[in-house]
Design a protein around this ligand. Structure first.
Ligand SMILES: Cc1ncc(COP(=O)(O)O)c(C=O)c1O
Length: 459
């Protein structure tokens, strides 16, 4: 009988934090911005695939990918080669003034995933998610000649002035920073697990649509609204998937009133949900369309190299020459990493053990993780909800009466970390599972076993 090799496990050589980690964290606390949070004592030294090793030699399994960024894992050889090759050619020219083939072809490649017959798209490149969001809002205002923007409660769109104004998840992002952007309103997000507006899981999508139409009758003239910006799957707010009818109905509402629909795909996009863009889970279903006018992407686009993109329909990208730009946006080294990431996402280059493409792997291994987590709800009644798509998965912790249990979530998150599983919270009481998309079923099973072990200590 052959015995299968034991799958790789986290390896903790010191107690956490180890001595080198503690020393760096002490220096970090002396010299870095007081705004940085340091919830987990971990200082990375190097990574390989889904594994990260700290400066003390402790190796952890990565279930959060630097907030849904490290799509291809750590130090993927294909990405490393692409970056090295580009660095030796040239590292900067300035895309605002000079074209460069590597970003031209990246734009051509990105729009292919969203274009429909008879409809061309264009791309503006920035460096971060917030910059893509700023560009989207500027374009919507410029194109429509209107000023009002509607966003959602629970949303996160970034930390620049426009982006924090749109953000609706936590007041700490805004306290002490005002005045913010004028003419921005927030409406509820249709969360089927905690339906807003007195609705049910099945009716909350329509309830939010009715709420917006009500605002147009009473408070906000619809013909002054430039855009509605929304995460098709809400990230920071708790990894929430809206009901299937909602985004198509929102598309129709925008069409009725000449409003631009912006989908912020910064966290859920770039293959994480098992499709290139998360709205594509709803577009074309039952004959309903929810193609947006503008899309923002960042995070997972280049495996950690800083680049973002704002995609818009050609008919919408009407801002004049020179009206928007960026010194570094579309940097060729980051663009090379984005090409290499897309190679793996699309399956042009295969990653061993991950099927035809990383997107397919995200869908299949994500489905396995979701099924296992749902099964865990029987043993752990404090897991109130498991939701998501692909490797965009949220686990919500609840009190016996169903209210969100943030304290229990914090304890669970730390217990997982102490057992060698890097993870991250979101929302009021949610742990997000957003691993590198190269995670195999075996590695997923290892992570799930660590989670089970950690949750048992909380019972
Ligand atoms: C949906 C969404 N939009 C925008 C941002 C801002 O991205 P960045 O931090 O790169 O500016 C984030 C970051 O978490 C996000 O999740």
């Amino acid at each position: 009988m052959t015995t299968l090799p034991k799958p790789r496990q986290p390896e903790l050589k010191t107690s956490l934090p180890g001595p080198k980690t503690a020393a760096i964290m002490e220096r970090d606390s002396q010299h870095l911005s007081t705004s940085y949070m340091r919830p987990y004592p971990f200082v990375p030294d190097h990574g390989e695939g889904v594994w990260l090793t700290d400066v003390d030699g402790n190796t952890m399994l990565d279930f959060f990918a630097g907030i849904a960024v490290s799509t291809t894992g750590h130090a993927h050889p294909h990405v490393v080669r692409a970056v090295q090759e580009q660095v030796t050619r040239f590292t900067h020219v300035c895309l605002t003034d000079y074209p460069q083939e590597i970003t031209t072809s990246l734009a051509e490649r990105m729009v292919r995933h969203v274009e429909k017959p008879g409809e061309k798209w264009r791309v503006f490149f920035g460096n971060s998610g917030a910059e893509a969001v700023e560009a989207a809002v500027k374009l919507a205002r410029n194109h429509t000649g209107r000023s009002h923007i509607i966003s959602t409660i629970g949303s996160f769109h970034g930390r620049t002035y426009g982006a924090i104004t749109l953000t609706g998840s936590k007041t700490k992002y805004k306290r002490g920073f005002g005045p913010l952007l004028p003419n921005v309103s927030h409406v509820p997000y249709p969360n089927p697990f905690r339906p807003p507006l007195g609705a049910t899981a099945g009716t909350c999508g329509q309830a939010v649509i009715d709420h917006i139409e009500g605002l147009f009758q009473t408070i906000i003239p619809a013909d002054e609204v430039a855009a509605i910006i929304i995460e098709p799957m809400q990230g920071e707010g708790g990894y929430i998937v809206p009901p299937a009818d909602f985004l198509p109905k929102l598309r129709s509402l925008c069409d009725r009133h000449g409003i631009m629909l912006i989908f912020d795909e910064v966290q859920a996009g770039m293959g994480r949900s098992g499709k290139m863009y998360s709205f594509q889970h709803f577009d074309g279903q039952n004959g309903m369309n929810c193609q947006p006018d503008i899309i923002t992407v960042a995070k997972g686009i280049a495996s950690g190299m800083p680049i973002s993109a704002m995609l818009a329909k050609e008919s919408v990208m009407t801002w004049p020459v020179g009206s928007h730009g960026s010194t570094y946006g579309g940097n060729p080294v980051a663009a090379a990493a984005a090409h290499a990431t897309l190679d793996l996402l699309e399956g042009v280059v295969k990653h061993p053990g991950c099927g035809d493409s990383l997107m397919e792997n995200a869908a299949q291994v994500g489905e396995f993780i979701m099924a296992e987590l749902k099964a865990m709800q029987v043993e752990f009644p404090f897991i109130g909800d498991v939701r998501g798509a692909g490797m965009f998965i949220g686990i919500e912790f609840v009190m016996p009466d169903g209210r969100p249990d943030g304290k229990l979530r914090d304890a669970a998150s730390m217990a997982m970390f102490e057992r060698g599983l890097l993870n991250l919270d979101c929302g009021e009481a949610v742990i997000r599972i957003s691993p590198p998309l190269i995670l195999t079923r075996e590695e997923a099973a290892t992570g799930l076993e660590i989670m089970r072990d950690a949750l048992r200590t909380l019972k």
